[in-house]
Write a protein that binds this ligand. Structure first.
Ligand code: ADP
Ligand code: MG
Length: 234
């Protein structure tokens, strides 16, 4: 069933991990949904399965049971090539540890997902517009003077803003952020949260923010909690 009021959905999602002979049931039937233009925080204690859920919705991993839907289409069971493409275009992800490529400068890091996505012919055609978009995002995030800095020449907050620009360069339908301020001091973290809020309010970007911190979670317009493998509304 298609539900257009929902952009991203997890339906009855289950995920277990093997751990030394035993089995760890991390997600035991999780239902979650994000409305278009929505901003939802997922909170829960460390180990409650927040990252697991985000990875499943970002197609980095597959659920054992249940379904993931994006824009009225089931996406967890797509053939690998379509899943990869969707992950590269429709879903932007940001992680606690930035995961920038150390050899590339800020601008090249933002463009990196497109290098993967485009053939040479497509790059020759689309490259100039993509570069302009990447540069525009970095300038918007206050990094106009840092376009050619390598990650090691950037602060944590600056690296995370590069990572957000990279997540947005393909103009995804949703941004999934996993503890994006977890490695940052309070002030830099607040800057990142302001950036996310602004992207949501001004651009209508749909966001899922995972955090263990209640104060950070309140930046969203709705909070859900993961506990004992299920979601409860806070
Ligand atoms: P959170 O992000 O809420 O801290 P995670 O989703 O990272 O929690 O992990 C949930 C639980 O699953 C933890 O107990 C973790 O140790 C376990 N876990 C996560 N990934 C794996 C894995 N690949 N193999 C085995 N156990 C895992
Ligand atoms: Mg986590």
């Amino acid at each position: 069933m298609t539900d257009r009021a929902k952009l991203l959905e997890a339906r009855g999602v289950r995920k277990s991990y093997r751990s030394g002979g035993g089995r760890l049931d991390v997600l035991r039937g999780v239902d979650f949904s994000l409305e278009p233009g929505g901003f939802v925080s997922v909170i829960g204690q460390s180990g409650s399965g927040k990252s697991t859920l985000l990875h499943l919705m970002g197609l980095l991993d597959a659920p054992d049971a249940g379904e993931v839907w994006l824009g009225g289409e089931r996406i967890d069971d797509l053939p690998a090539a379509r899943r990869d493409r969707l992950r590269n275009t429709a879903i932007g992800m940001v992680f606690q540890a930035y995961h920038l490529l150390p050899e590339l400068d800020a601008l090249e890091n933002v463009l990196a997902p497109l290098y993967v996505r485009y053939s040479l012919a497509a790059w020759l055609r689309e490259g100039p517009a993509a570069r302009a978009r990447a540069r525009g995002l970095l300038e918007r995030f206050g990094l106009g003077e840092r376009l050619h800095h390598k990650p090691r020449q950037l602060s944590g907050g600056e690296m995370q803003r590069v990572a957000i620009a990279r997540a947005l360069v393909a103009e995804p339908r949703v941004l999934l952020a996993d503890e994006p301020t977890g490695n940052l001091d309070e002030e830099s973290g607040a800057g990142i949260l302001d950036t996310l809020s602004e992207l949501n309010r001004r651009d209508g970007l749909s966001i899922v923010l995972v955090t263990h911190d209640q104060v950070i979670a309140r930046r969203a317009d709705r909070i859900v909690r993961l506990a004992a493998g299920r979601v409860e509304t806070v």
